[in-house]
Design a protein around this ligand. Structure first.
Ligand SMILES: NC(=O)C1=CN([C@@H]2O[C@H](COP(=O)(O)OP(=O)(O)OC[C@H]3O[C@@H](n4cnc5c(N)ncnc54)[C@H](OP(=O)(O)O)[C@@H]3O)[C@@H](O)[C@H]2O)C=CC1
Ligand SMILES: CC(=O)C(=O)O
Ligand SMILES: [Mg+2]
Length: 414
């Protein structure tokens, strides 16, 4: 990152007031009567109503449009375990995106523990406050158990964004990239660098979308995950393949796809050059990708290149998912976010990339024409059509699969 951008980023967070969010009143509080309604004695009435019927919390409080963004800071972007407090700018950032793109209110909560039971208990005890829970930047393998337990214990959607938000957006972009490169997902060979939260969820959803598990070489810090390894936890074991390839160098030979969900600058030009013709690189580590686009494109002229960043073409980032997925889930009061809802979101994002791009989006990204192709495989976050397309798809899938407590709103009917 340039020194200018670093200082601008610090100033952006410091001014005009520290942070990126504030809380605003949504009712009048100007007169004694207003206070008599908002506070004592009036507030006793909604209290009694909710005590009698908990669903009234949706009617009389902000619960129904409020999502908690919760982290313990153990996997902050690709920066690693920098602790709960240091994750706060990212969590406030997720709040900014929730509000900006989907008018979802959110509050960030940084839980200072790495103990799974402790974390689960903390979240379980506050869950009723919210309409949904977005878990963020919690490292594997703890994130898997935390999410599983919270889904079981909570009657509101609990969604680990780094797993499922990332997977939904990656599948959307990958299906389009494969189509543009003329490759079939059933036979495409993929190297996935990283075996954590994002890598395992992305690989699983790609398998659901048609990828052959035997065609995936997943790597962690020890190299290729293969059946001969004795150091694998149960989550990594799911991806073990019978192969004599051991290193990233070995794995890259003839690969159609490189999916990076690991850390910065881990793929060299020499390794990229080993890929099959018409390759696809999604170097999604934030803020610094596994390989810089300029480096990869310098050695592979037929490449489709994507990163997680806003300042390069093809931003494969969960920002395209979580705001709209929660919007759809909250609008029909979903009890969970199931596989059908995730796939519906992926297809809605994928399909939107094929439509003509509105001029407002083109202008927001510098004015160069944008159309479906190698440098535009996925919509831009500023595309306002994402809201209805993705939230609607999610809401319809929830209604169809019986996890919606409310009927489908008119705006989502097709
Ligand atoms: N673009 C997007 O939307 C998103 C991008 N990401 C990015 O994905 C990355 C991982 O995040 P997440 O899954 O949440 O974190 P996790 O901590 O759960 O997983 C990190 C994984 O990366 C592996 N890894 C780290 N360094 C290396 C290395 N030098 N060589 C090989 N493997 C390595 C780790 O290996 P080991 O298991 O051996 O420790 C681990 O499997 C981050 O960079 C993050 O920014 C994540 C979510 C969304
Ligand atoms: C984008 C995101 O959630 C991450 O890099 O962790
Ligand atoms: Mg994250």
């Amino acid at each position: 990152m340039s020194n200018d951008l670093k200082q601008d980023a610090l100033d952006y967070h410091a001014y005009p007031t520290p942070g990126k969010l504030s809380i605003e009143l949504s009712t009048d509080a100007l007169t004694a009567r207003d206070l008599a309604l908002a506070y004592s004695p009036g507030v006793a009435e909604p209290v009694k109503a909710i005590a009698e019927n908990p669903e009234d919390a949706y009617k009389y409080t902000m619960k129904g449009n409020l999502v908690a963004v919760i982290s313990n800071g153990t996997a902050i972007l690709g920066l690693g375990n920098l602790g709960a407090l240091a994750s706060k700018p990212v969590m406030e950032g997720k709040g900014l995106l929730f509000k900006r793109f989907a008018n979802v209110d959110s509050i960030d909560i940084e839980v200072d523990t790495t103990d799974v039971d402790d974390f689960v208990k903390t979240v379980e005890n506050i869950a009723e406050t919210f309409g949904g829970i977005n878990l963020e930047d919690i490292k594997a393998p703890e994130c898997f158990e935390i999410e599983k337990q919270l889904i079981e214990k909570c009657n509101i959607p609990v969604f680990h964004d780094d797993q499922h938000g990332t997977a939904i957006v990656t599948v959307a972009g990958m299906l389009n990239a494969l189509e543009i490169q003329g490759k079939d997902i059933k036979t495409a060979k993929m190297v996935c660098l990283g075996a954590g939260a994002a890598a395992s969820a992305c690989s699983k959803l790609l398998i659901t979308a048609g990828m052959n598990p035997q065609n995936i070489f997943m790597l962690d810090r020890q190299g290729v995950i293969h059946t001969g390894r004795t150091d694998l936890n149960k989550y990594k074991q799911e991806f073990a393949v019978d192969t004599d390839r051991r290193t990233l160098d070995d794995a890259m030979e003839g690969a159609d796809i490189f999916l990076g969900l690991s850390g910065p600058n881990l793929l060299t030009q020499e390794q990229a050059k080993k890929m099959a013709p018409k390759p696809i690189i999604f170097a999604c580590s934030n803020p610094d990708p596994e390989i810089a686009p300029a480096e990869a494109l310098a050695v592979l002229d037929d490449l489709i290149m994507a990163t997680g960043r806003s300042d390069f073409p093809n931003q494969v980032n969960n920002v395209l998912g979580f705001p709209f997925i929660f919007r759809g889930a909250l609008d029909i009061r979903a009890t969970r976010i199931n596989e059908e809802m995730k796939l519906a979101a992926a297809h809605a994002i994928k399909d939107l990339a094929k439509l003509e791009v509105p001029q407002g989006v083109v202008d927001a990204y510098g004015g160069d024409p944008l159309s479906y192709g190698k440098e535009y495989i996925i919509p831009k976050p500023m595309d306002e059509r994402l809201l209805n397309a993705v939230a609607g798809a999610v809401a319809r899938a929830a209604v169809e699969t019986g996890v919606a407590k409310l009927a489908l709103p008119e705006k989502y009917k097709i």
